[in-house]
Design a binder for this molecule. Sequence first.
Ligand code: NAP
Ligand code: ZN
Length: 363
Amino acid sequence: MNFRNPVHLITGKNCVKDYGELLCSFGSSCLIVTGKSSAVRSGALADVTEVLESNHIRYEIYDRIAQNPTVASCLEGGKAAREMGAEFIIGIGGGSPLDAAKVVALAGAKDMTEEMLYGNDWPEAALPIVLVGTTAGTGSEVTNVAVLTDSRHRKHSVHDDRLYAALSLGDYRYTMSLPKSFTLSTGVDALAHCLESYFSRKASDISRAFSLRGLAILLKNLPLAGQPTEEVREALYNASILGGLAISVTGTVFPHNVGYYLSENYGVPHGTACAVFLPDLLNHLEKAVPEEAKAFYDALGTDRESLTALIKSTLPELDIAMTEEEIAAALPRWENNGSVKNTMGTVTAEDIRKILTEKFMQE
Ligand code: NAP
Ligand code: ZN
């Protein structure tokens, strides 16, 4: 086994204020990186700025991070950080602003271009990163990954130890303002992380412990009856962190990468886009690695039908119609893809063609 995670993670009610001094220990000025409204609506921005002000930390706010954040917005945020002389970066939001904050911290240390980012021409160190999550799904708080959309409108991840947060403060109460649709799409993203990680070729006893605990929590709490209670919010947030720890060991497998295509081309939210393919993963595993699949269901006290039903209960109707030509044009991206090859049992681009055809091909 090979496990390393240098993030100082603190979760729980009021943790931003309770650990305010720690939050302010990374320098005397910072850039807050966030989206249009999540930081305000969740209450996280008010808590963070109160702590910064009482500790006399100078700050500016860069709030132009959209869903599926672009490289260009991160480079623009980096420029803002350099111009104000930011000594550290605070990301507030869901996975989109958190991922973006990691790359702003890189570009805040050195003027970068998209080519430099994807060509690994990086500064020796990024600015210190503090993350404050407002969704319960991506686990970006504890991963060294940032998923960005490039100038050709393709989602690509970058990963490196320089992208680990120095500190992640996770107060589940910030997720209370999430509408039900995003609670489900982010919750099923956490489920996808735990499940995909379990069946990754890189899975280990440690990553599987994270996966199984995360899944046990999700099986109990993700079927949402009515408005989620504080207790449910906290459980979902913890499961999302466990999923992040699992994928920080293994990465994801094919549903995530095929899901990127639905987000890029059909605007499907990340978690939903990946979860659409989880029933196909379960079908594949039953045939390809039946003993591993049985041990997995036994450990969770569930079966394929029940897990499939839970996943499907989170999915909205998707208005997607693909042509044979479109599917054929997309296939090369999965021919030599790391996440696809990382799936236990063999998955080929041809398998993905069949899945897309069956699900989305126009009559
Ligand atoms: P998101 O894209 O960050 O946010 C989705 C929507 O929810 C946005 O409109 C956002 O508003 C809103 N929102 C967020 N928190 C809210 C709150 N507390 N109350 C009300 N609205 C809120 O969603 P996400 O699913 O967390 O992140 C998805 C991104 O993370 C994708 O790009 C995905 O590829 C990436 N990802 C990264 C990792 C990793 O390891 N780094 C893993 C999985 C996925 P705003 O517009 O104001 O932000
Ligand atoms: Zn994900």
